[in-house]
Design a protein around this ligand. Structure first.
Ligand code: BTN
Length: 253
């Protein structure tokens, strides 16, 4: 990461050739007290995981598989919104490095041409009143060809290489992501969620759309209005009432 412009993020990097998942390594590192901005990155994950413990395909050397340990001054209640902060940072970085405009599908997917290109997994280590560390796991499809994805993902996943036709320098992308992430995390600490929310809504493919939200024990339909200051998705149901949703799988109709 030669051209890093951050003060903390990515200043300490643990690089691995192959791991099961960078996420538990980052959790252990955080518990052991590593500094703010420590990055765990691997060329390959043999047991990468996504949200709700779904498997995450992490082909060797083709993508970015990394977990960042950060220690922002936020309350535990503000921590889940870091997923949205990271999403905005990643979209900006993709734009800077490739010129492509990706969109964000609430809460944690980044799409290109309607297919998933990046997933974000935010996890928290906290006391009731204090954040000790937030682990931001980022899985990014960069240089895969269609055939590199398992069959069941080929119709729903994409990579920057597929989208641009070009090989993309992963180190450049990581550098850019860390830069925007540090900048936007500072903005969030200082000014709250308002400015991030504005950026997020500009990149969102969800706001204004009719969607179906599939949750663990119910499925509801309505029109996505936007996100609340707490990062909840606000859904207007057909009876006119508005519900805030913490977590769901979203199908855009
Ligand atoms: C999702 O979309 O469900 C989130 C995917 C997160 C994948 C990343 S890759 C780096 C880190 N290590 C993991 O095992 N998962 C996250």
């Amino acid at each position: 990461l030669n051209h890093l412009e951050t003060s903390a993020y990515g200043r300490s990097v643990d690089y691995y050739e192959s791991v099961e998942s960078t996420q538990p390594i980052a959790h252990d590192a955080a518990q052991a007290g590593v500094p703010d901005g420590t990055l765990i990155v691997a060329e390959e994950q043999t047991a990468g995981r996504g949200r709700l413990y779904r498997p995450w395909s992490s082909t060797a050397r083709k993508g970015i598989w990394m977990s960042l340990v950060i220690r922002p001054t936020l309350t535990p209640q503000q921590a889940p919104q870091m997923t949205l902060v990271a999403a905005v940072a990643i979209v900006r970085a993709i734009e800077e490095v490739t010129g492509i405009e990706a969109t964000i599908k609430w809460p944690n997917d980044i799409l290109i041409n309607g297919k998933k290109m990046t997933g974000i997994l935010t996890e928290l280590q906290a006391d009731p009143d204090r954040v000790k560390a937030i682990i931001i796991g980022i899985g990014m499809n960069v240089n895969q060809e269609e055939d590199d994805f398992p069959d069941e993902l080929q119709s729903i996943a994409t990579s920057l290489k597929i989208a641009t036709g070009q090989h993309i320098d992963r180190a450049k992308l990581i550098t850019s992501i860390l830069g925007y992430l540090e900048q936007y995390t500072k903005m969030y600490e200082k000014h709250g969620f308002g400015p991030i929310k504005l950026l997020w809504e500009g990149y969102s493919n969800t706001a204004g759309k009719r969607i179906r939200a599939v949750m663990l024990n119910e499925t509801i339909e309505g029109t996505a209005l936007g996100i609340s200051d707490e990062g909840l998705l606000e859904l207007q149901l057909d009876d006119g009432s508005v519900r805030g949703i913490y977590s769901a799988d979203i199908q855009i109709q």
